[in-house]
Design a protein around this ligand. Structure first.
Ligand code: ADP
Ligand code: MG
Length: 307
């Protein structure tokens, strides 16, 4: 099947309004008066962000969700996406059908549709670039630069589970039962960004970031953009039971520097309650640090870096 067959068979059924059935050169997105269009893009690559043996539906969902976490962190409600594929010549119709199924599943779950993309072949690894579009009321995108001294630091979900799943794939020795092992692997394969939380976040957050490289590394982005110091209180970082079992005494340090969580870290007034944990404080100064039993813990490598 050539690329036109691939597009017509697998992707045209996913096309939304304004995509003209993927039969035109470009899509049309009507302007929404009173709203800002929020745009983000992320690429996932075989061997870096997923394994070639992962189910293709999961790969599709990860490619989408790593973008949806950026929109959610900005307080945006997702609406559409573009899909650019570099497909190895070895890709099969079964693989593509599973991939399209994964996209369809998440389109339903998150209320988004496909607007277009590009399809090419490569002798290199499979690579999937998604560009996602969402909306916020005009002027209400949550930036990284709004943290204020006296804010508290919060995080959604649990931290490090995806890193635990990756460690298991890398054959780290462990004594987890099958259910716990599968939970962590599922977190690595299909992140769970808190998409539905975006509107509530917009009402409370002063600054926000999605956690892709590691909790401390990404909070460091808020710290430098806002010109503040962020202290994370180690004992408060939410860690799942399977991850505690996997990593034992090392769990905190490994979790706060593991990547691929796609949860949201934000600052807001202290004492708030909701689907999140209060884990730290915003003070005068710079950088993000981890406190363990009240003492600053020196972190050599705060998060994942490609280079
Ligand atoms: P052109 O070469 O003129 O850019 P293409 O053949 O690349 O046209 O694309 C034709 C149509 O198919 C366009 O609407 C494009 O957005 C869409 N398309 C191509 N690849 C994909 C894809 N992977 N996912 C979604 N839409 C796609
Ligand atoms: Mg093209």
């Amino acid at each position: 099947m050539d690329e036109f067959g691939i597009i017509a068979t697998y992707f045209a059924p996913l096309a939304g309004e304004g995509a003209f059935g993927l039969k035109d050169d470009a899509a049309l997105l009507p302007a929404r008066p009173g709203q800002d269009l929020i745009i983000t893009t992320d690429t996932v690559t075989e061997g870096v962000d997923f394994f070639a043996f992962d189910p293709s539906a999961d790969i599709a969902r990860k490619a989408l969700r790593v973008n949806l976490s950026d929109l959610a962190a900005k307080g945006a409600v997702p609406a559409h996406y573009l899909l650019n594929l570099s497909l190895p010549h070895t890709i099969t119709p079964d693989w593509l059908a599973g991939f399209a199924d994964g996209l369809a599943q998440d389109q339903r779950e998150f209320g988004i549709s496909l607007l277009g993309g590009d399809t090419g072949a490569t002798d290199g690894p499979l690579s999937i670039a998604v560009t996602a579009f969402g909306f916020v009321p005009q002027g209400r995108m949550i930036r990284r630069n709004g943290a204020k001294v006296g804010d508290a630091v919060y995080v959604t979900g649990t931290i490090g589970d995806s890193g635990g799943g990756l460690a298991i794939f890398k054959r780290e020795k462990h004594s987890l039962n099958d259910a716990d092992r599968d939970t962590l692997i599922a977190r690595y394969r299909v992140p769970q960004p808190p998409v539905a939380f975006a509107e509530q976040l917009r009402a409370i957050a002063h600054a926000s970031v999605d956690i892709s490289d590691g909790l401390i590394a990404d909070l460091g982005h808020i710290a430098s953009a806002s010109g503040v110091h962020i202290a994370v209180i180690g004992e408060r970082v939410p860690l799942s039971a399977p991850l505690r079992t996997l990593w034992g005494d090392e769990v905190l340090l490994r979790a706060v520097t593991a990547g691929d969580d796609y949860q949201i870290a934000f600052t807001a007034p202290p004492g708030l309650r909701g689907p999140f944990s209060e884990i730290g404080v915003v003070e005068q100064g710079s950088v993000a640090t981890l406190l363990v039993r009240g003492k600053e813990f020196l972190i050599k490598k705060p998060g994942y870096r490609h280079f």
